[in-house]
Every structure is written in C-alpha cells, then in structure tokens.
Design a protein around this ligand. Structure first.
Ligand SMILES: Nc1ncnc2c1ncn2[C@@H]1O[C@H](COP(=O)(O)OP(=O)(O)OP(=O)(O)O)[C@@H](O)[C@H]1O
Length: 368
C-alpha cells in the first residue's frame, strides 16, 4: 500500500518586498509516497527551492498545510520541529561543507551531542548522549556507504566536486533520515559525475528505503532515477505523473521541451531536414516524428505500416532509451503512400499509442 510521507495542500509562498511581491509558490498540492524518487523539474525561478524548503519549514508557507511523516509541521513547537527535521536530510548544489574540518568531522557534525536510546539491564529504555566511539563507527559506515572510506582525514578542498557531494550525502544521512531532499545537488557537476551521484541516490533509495525529492532543471537527471515527476512553472505545478506517463503523453509545451532536451530532437530534426529524402519530399509523403513508450518497437511498426497499409517508412533518425525498464522511442520518419493509405496508417499509429507529430520538410510552416 502506498504510504504518503509528504502531503502539501494548497501551499502558497509570497515574498513581500518594499516595492513588489513575488508569488514564489502558488497554491501547490503535492503528495510524495514512501519509496518514491520524486523529481520536480523547472527552470530557474520556477519556485522549486522555495517549494521543497516548505517541507522541512526552512521556508514557512504563507498559507496551506504541510504534513510530513504523519506530523502537521506547522503545529510543532521549536523543539519538536528540530527533532522532525532530523528525519528529513538535505543536500545542496554547493555542498555547504566546512572547509576547515576533515571529511570525517563534516559527517560527524550533525551527530555531536545527539541522544540515543539504550535498554538497561532491568529492561528500562533510557536516553543517553551518543559516545565518541559510536560517532566514529557511524561516520566510517557512512563514508563506506558513499564510497569515500579512504578519504576520512582529507579536507573538502582536496576533493573533487563529486566527492564533495558524496560527503554532503553522508552528512545528510547521519541522522538516519527517512526523506532526503536534493536541491540541485548535481547542477555543479559534469555529466559523468552527475550520473554517478544519481546512481548513488538510486542505490540509497533501494538499500535504505530512502524517499527522495529531487529538484533539478535537468530532465536527464529525472529520467535517470525518478519514478514520478512534477513540472513547475511560475510557482505552480503544471503537470505531474509517473515518469512513464509524463514521457508517453506530455500535455504542456514546457514538459515537451524538457523531454526533448533528453533526446536532442531539435538538432536531429535540423539534420534530417538537410537529407535528400526530406529536401525532395513530394506530397502526400510526409516527415513525421513518432514517439512511443512501451512494447512497440520500430520493427513491427514499420513492417505493419508496409504490409497492412502500403506505407513505406524511411527511418532517418532513431533514439530508443530505456525508462524504468520500458522502451521510450523517438523516430524521425518519412512516410510514403497514397493519401488514403497514409490516413489509415495514422489511425493505426494512434490506436497503437504512437504519438504522431507532423513536421514540415523545412523550418517554416511547422504543423501541430
Ligand atoms: N527569500 C526570498 N525573498 C524574495 N524573493 C525570493 C526569495 N527566495 C526566492 N525568491 C523568489 O522566488 C522565486 C522562486 O525562487 P526559487 O529559488 O524557489 O526558484 P527555483 O525554481 O528554485 O530556481 P533556482 O533554481 O534558480 O533557485 C524567484 O522569483 C525568486 O527570486
């Protein structure tokens, strides 16, 4: 059974300044369930950071309700809120490490002075201060977990960006949180390092059952590890769904634009328009983009178009990626046949859950 861990209802954040006010988050509803890796994608200024900071009340909403791990966050007193925040880890774009302390000290920092429970000989549960040896053990386990066991005595500025983020992750996990909020945690990293950090987050999600909220402006990151995604624009969530739903049937133009960044479709379209097959295109032949998620593959599709509908498909570009174990295909194809055959073929494609986008042979006169 899905268990909601984070429930935001009608969360609104307005920043009032002297001369203007900014509506950073506009009545957002959001539910994150246990085990989710929930991506929130949007351009800079969309309100992503402000939204996720309402989860641990680093940002108090102007109105709305925030329920996290069964607690109504807005009703907690300061002590309870501090306690609750320990169950919500956070990592940041710029790592926020203390440069004058070693890696081990950075990870140990949130543990200092914390209390642990112990069962006494007569069966009583008591709280006591954590021991130095327990902190050391925990730090060493965490560094092992993030792949930095051999760098405990190094200082942050001796590490690469990716390693620094691993320290950030270890530190965020020190209080055994159930939720991890990642605020553009890979935005300062190169693509290969980004990918390895995302793999680590996916591993932690599996191994520890960690629920992750990942905010990013890169759909590529969402594609790599998220099971759900929300698209944010001007303070609002304009579209949301499972990763496959969003990739299979994006409704909003912004969502489509974000998806297209993961397949570089614009440059592929520009390239195929230069090919003779497109340059010399004669009506009713057409250049189309076919998009599908699921079992369809180009082979039966192309074979069926020809065998059943007398339509030949000349594939000029193909990109098939695997999303959560499911193929996501994008093909740029010239379809040739009589107008009647093409019309029947388009009906068939629609019935097969293949999205057809008609493209003009040149840049001008793009059709929907
Ligand atoms: N403390 C603040 N005071 C005033 N305005 C703010 C404050 N924090 C954020 N804003 C404004 O709220 C809007 C949303 O900002 P936010 O940082 O949440 O967006 P974002 O999608 O996370 O973008 P980025 O990735 O650039 O941080 C922006 O217009 C920003 O200028």
């Amino acid at each position: 059974m899905a268990e909601p861990l984070i429930t935001l209802k009608q969360v609104d954040v307005e920043f009032k300044e002297k001369t203007r006010s900014v509506h950073a988050v506009d009545h957002v509803d959001l539910t994150v369930e246990r085990g989710d890796i929930y991506g929130i994608v949007g351009y800079s200024g969309a309100g992503k950071s402000t939204l996720v900071r309402t989860i641990n009340l680093l940002q108090r909403p102007t109105s709305g309700t925030v329920s996290v791990l069964g607690q109504d966050m807005l009703k907690l007193d300061a002590a309870k809120l501090r306690q609750e925040r320990r169950r919500i880890g956070m990592i940041f774009q710029h790592f926020n490490l203390m440069n004058s302390r070693t890696i081990a000290d950075n990870v140990a920092f949130p543990l200092k002075g914390t209390k642990v429970t112990e069962t006494t000989a007569d069966g009583k549960k008591i709280w006591r201060k954590i021991k130095k040896s327990e902190i050391n053990q925990k730090v060493s386990d965490l560094l092992e977990l993030v792949g930095l066991a051999d760098r405990a005595t190094a200082y942050p500025n001796e590490l690469s960006g990716g390693q620094k983020q691993r320290v950030g992750i270890a530190r965020a996990l020190a209080s055994d949180p159930e939720i991890l909020i990642s605020d553009e945690a890979t935005s300062a990293l190169d693509p290969k390092t980004t990918s390895s950090i995302l793999d680590l987050l996916a591993h932690l999600n599996q191994k520890l059952g960690l629920t992750i909220v990942l905010i990013t402006h890169e759909m590529e990151a969402v594609k790599q590890i998220c099971n759900k995604v929300a698209v944010m624009d001007e303070g609002r969530i304009i579209e949301r769904g499972t990763l496959l739903q969003i990739f299979a049937q994006p409704h909003e133009q912004l969502t489509k634009d974000f998806i297209d960044t993961t397949i570089q479709i614009e440059s592929a379209i520009a390239a195929v328009r230069k090919q003779p097959a497109v340059r010399d295109l004669q009506a009713p032949d057409q250049l189309v983009r076919l998009t599908y998620v699921g079992a369809s593959t180009d082979q039966p599709l192309v074979a069926t178009l020809f065998k059943t509908y007398n339509v030949t498909a000349n594939i000029l570009f193909g990109d098939i990626q695997i999303l959560q174990g499911t193929p996501f295909g994008n093909l740029l194809v010239v379809l040739s046949g009589t107008q009647a055959d093409l019309d029947r073929a388009f009906d068939y494609l629609q019935q097969s859950d293949v999205t057809v986008q008609h493209l003009s042979a040149n840049q001008e006169g793009e059709q929907a």
